[in-house]
Design a protein around this ligand. Structure first.
Ligand code: ADP
Ligand code: MG
Length: 314
């Protein structure tokens, strides 16, 4: 048992819940309801670029899908369908079994059908296309931020990049914190539920994948606005404050939290949604008219910071 087709049947063909035609034909077919739109995004994960060699395959399966779900969450849409194109250096059944287990654990948790893909031989690479749906014209764009909007983020920032640094031996962490950070790095939770609920209240949204500063800058550029961030309000582990290693919070990648902006009048409504969806949310700053980005410490002093996040070609 070693052909491409046997691999697909054994590891990637599962029952579908919301798909007219799934894996097995030349293409898949999905039905769309009236007054809804399809939101589509792709993310590719390459060994030694996006994940370390010998990463646990079940965690890699989870993460491959989770990072894609995060993009759909950032649009305020509901993710439903995925395709998986995978290139494998060799057939390793133990690896494939674990990878598909992790992938479908995430798929089942978030109600995703795997409807197709491609399987080839080559360097370990995973490319996923995710599709979701949303009511027409309701998507949350990067370009919608308005002056005086609160800037909100979900979760805790910097955990994943601390996890990576500790695995790479450039950061020493207490054992319990290290476990938490590696978990954040390898099995991020996409903020799908809160994403689809805040679309009524938020003006703009992005998922933080390349660092808070860099991703906020995408919103500012698209919205022709600026921002002031309050360093002390950025949710992070206390270790960040004691060690003053703010670079993990400001520039660290792989957070997969949402950053969204919303008018002050919606604070209560957003807090209710946060509670209902059991998602930590914090206000970390404000959208300003001048197009610069400032970060202010607790004394109100503007701090200097590196404005670069992760960039493959930098
Ligand atoms: P084609 O020859 O038309 O490219 P394939 O033989 O590659 O088709 O694929 C057969 C079926 O299996 C198609 O429906 C395809 O979408 C699906 N498929 C292939 N690889 C995967 C995968 N890794 N995960 C899910 N579905 C897959
Ligand atoms: Mg093919």
């Amino acid at each position: 048992m070693s052909s491409e087709f046997e691999i697909i049947d054994r590891y990637f063909k599962k029952k579908m819940k919301q798909t007219a035609l799934g894996v097995g034909d030349d293409a898949a077919i999905i039905n769309i309801k009236k007054n809804r739109e399809i939101v589509i995004s792709s993310d590719m994960l390459v060994e030694n670029v996006h994940f370390l060699k010998n990463t646990n395959p079940a965690r890699l399966g989870w993460k491959s899908l989770a990072v894609n779900l995060s993009d759909i969450a950032a649009m305020g849409a509901i993710p439903k369908w995925a395709t998986l194109s995978i290139s494998l250096p060799k057939i390793n059944h133990d690896w494939l079994k674990e990878f598909s287990k992790g992938f479908f654990k995430c798929a089942d948790q978030f109600g995703i059908d795997l409807i197709g893909g491609d399987t080839t031989k080559g360097p370990l690479t995973i490319s996923i296309t995710i599709m979701g749906d949303i009511k027409k014209n309701k998507s949350l764009l990067r370009s919608g931020a308005k002056i005086n909007d609160d800037i909100w983020v979900t979760g805790q920032l910097g955990m994943a990049s601390m996890g990576l640094a500790s695995l790479q031996g450039t950061l020493r962490l207490a054992p319990s914190l290290k476990v938490k950070c590696i978990k954040a790095l390898e099995t991020p939770t996409p903020k799908v539920l809160i994403g689809s609920h805040i679309s009524r209240y938020a003006n703009s949204c992005i998922d933080i994948s390349d660092g808070l500063i860099q991703d906020l800058k995408h919103v500012l550029k698209a919205s022709s606005a600026g921002a002031t961030l309050l360093l002390n309000e950025i949710p992070c582990d206390p270790f960040i404050h004691t060690s003053k290693k703010y670079q993990f919070v400001l520039n660290g990648g792989d957070d997969y939290e949402l950053l969204f902006t919303a008018p002050k009048k919606h604070r209560l409504a957003i807090e209710k949604i946060a509670k209902k969806t059991k998602t930590a949310t914090s206000i970390i700053g404000i959208i300003t008219k001048n197009t610069s980005l400032k970060v202010i410490d607790q004394k109100g002093k503007s701090i200097s910071f590196n404005s670069k996040g992760f960039d493959h070609f930098a």
